[in-house]
Write a protein that binds this ligand. Structure first.
Ligand SMILES: [Zn+2]
Length: 505
């Protein structure tokens, strides 16, 4: 079965070019001049931007255990409709993915209902499952997640938000820095990646005590969860990474001081990378009046200065990957007001449309979008070049974007179990015309077509060539790694020779 995507503008981290792509049996066969190849099906992509299939590395589908909030069939349908071809599922369902055995169970269960391809995160509990970390990476975990500073319920291993309200015997205390150091050593030994939620618990506890009562306004919410908590935690992560050579990825970075801490570490050759999310790039505290409790997330959406710093970091490569932090709740739960509503919002279906809108508005060049939403993410999580590449042999995953049309976000049209978007009613430039997974069209103009055909993708992490802790050697190795994530040069030159540059989209 051969498919040609004809007349489109291909976008990669190395630029945009006019070229056709022919796919055979789910993988890319040729890019460039394909006139001599007979095909069974042709998609005319005239006027469209053809991106390597977008990857959302940060999704909480709540399945199993919390399926009153969301489930994997719904989140992967939403992903397909929104232009995502692969999502990476966070491990904190019930039971969480703490061992290779749970990993395989979860993979089998999700594989029956997935509309897009998926990778799985493992959960790092500190000393509790240190012996299981190697097995998780051997099974193909894309990374392990540390909910730093959070205690866990001993029975369900779900996060405990209010430790004082729980009986002590039911709580696994948040791991101390010594346990996190041991974890870093182990992740470094097996060549994996540690994804960390970075908000220092002590700083938050003190800030909450200063506010002194349940937060009543968005300003108080920000006071109770200051950016300093993020920066302090990232600074500690940087030291632990420097001491162990562990790759640490700071998920959902939200602040200017957080970015400053990431840059400082990167400048010293520490193997620290960062993610941010569309909600930090699209909203500020000024939107709280209109959007309300729907924009309550941890860490919080902050000021215009924080947003500007995050945009700068996305453009200059300090941030290598974007994720939605899709974290659904029921309508009733999210309507409880700022203090009581749980943190988390819908994102997997809007991450691509929101960022395409920003790209068309000039805030993000198309090549950077291809990097932070596809290739850079695939490289970071050990999925490249099977995912994230428009090169022969890679999976035939594509997201086709129409730059000339407009989308108005409508919660009622979203595919999650409880559709409620913080972007509801917002007009966005551009639209997702088509999502293609391994050569099959899985969504057209926001509607899912066909049966679930998503499969597990197992990560392959290469063990670091640099084991030296000597700062200059570490810096050289890390600089090479960053260059690979940001500006790799693996696209065949022939693609560009034969094609004229595309007009500005
Ligand atoms: Zn998350």
């Amino acid at each position: 079965m051969r498919l040609r995507i004809a007349n489109g503008s291909l976008v990669t981290p190395r630029g945009t070019s006019r070229a056709d792509v022919v796919c055979r049996d789910g993988t890319i066969e040729r890019v460039g001049d394909t006139a001599d190849l007979r095909v069974d099906q042709q998609i005319d992509a005239t006027g469209l931007l053809v991106f390597p299939g977008f990857i959302d590395p940060h999704v909480h589908s709540r399945d199993p255990g919390l399926t009153h909030k969301e489930d994997f069939a719904h989140s992967t349908r939403a992903a397909a409709a929104g232009g995502v071809t692969t999502l990476l599922e966070m491990p904190n369902a019930i039971p969480p993915v703490t061992t290779a055995a749970v990993f395989e169970e979860r993979a089998a269960q999700h594989g029956r209902v997935a509309f897009v391809d998926f990778g799985l995160w493992g959960l790092a509990l500190g000393s509790e499952n240190l012996a299981d970390i190697a097995g998780l990476f051997d099974a193909g975990a894309v990374a392990v997640k540390l909910f730093w500073g959070y205690a866990l319920d001993r029975r369900t291993r779900s996060l405990v938000y209010n430790v004082a309200a729980e009986a002590p015997e039911n709580v696994i205390q948040a791991p101390d820095n010594g346990s996190v150091l041991a974890l870093c050593r182990e992740v470094a030994r097996v060549g994996g990646v540690l994804g960390a939620h970075c908000e220092d618990r002590g700083v938050i506890d003190a800030a909450e005590r200063e506010v002194g009562h349940p937060v009543g306004s968005y300003a108080e919410f920000l006071q109770a969860r200051p950016a300093t908590a993020e920066a302090v935690s990232i600074a500690i992560a940087a030291e632990l990474s420097a001491a162990t050579n562990c790759r640490i990825h700071v998920v959902h970075t939200s602040s200017a001081v957080g970015i400053r801490a990431v840059r400082r570490a990167q400048g010293e050759g520490v193997r620290l990378t960062a993610e941010t999310c569309p909600h930090y790039l699209a909203f500020t505290q000024a939107d709280a009046g209109q959007v309300g409790g729907l924009m309550k997330v941890y860490p919080p959406i902050r000021t215009l200065d924080d947003q500007a710093a995050l945009w700068e970091a996305v453009r200059d490569g300090t941030i290598v990957s974007l994720g939605s932090d899709h974290a659904p709740h029921t309508l009733a739960e999210k309507s409880q007001g700022l203090a009581a509503a749980p943190a988390g919002l819908l994102g997997v279906e809007t991450i691509v449309p929101v960022l395409v809108h920003e790209m068309l508005g000039g805030r993000l060049p198309p090549d950077r979008l291809a990097a932070v939403l596809s290739e850079g993410t695939a490289r970071l999580y050990g999925l490249y070049p099977r995912k994230g590449a428009l090169t022969p042999g890679s999976d035939a995953d594509f997201t086709l974007v129409d730059p000339a049309s407009t989308t108005i976000v409508d919660s009622a049209r979203l595919h999650s179990l409880h559709p409620q978007s913080a972007w509801h009613g917002r007009p966005l430039r551009g639209s997702i015309s088509m999502t293609i997974l391994r050569g099959h069209v899985i969504a057209r103009s926001g509607e899912v077509v066909g049966e679930p055909r998503g499969r597990l993708v197992r990560a392959k992490h290469e063990r670091s060539s640099s084991t030296s802790h000597h700062p200059s050697a570490a810096m050289l190795a890390f600089t090479r790694e960053l260059e690979e994530v940001i500006s790799p040069d693996l696209m065949p030159a022939t693609v560009f020779e034969a094609t004229a540059p595309a007009p500005d989209a």
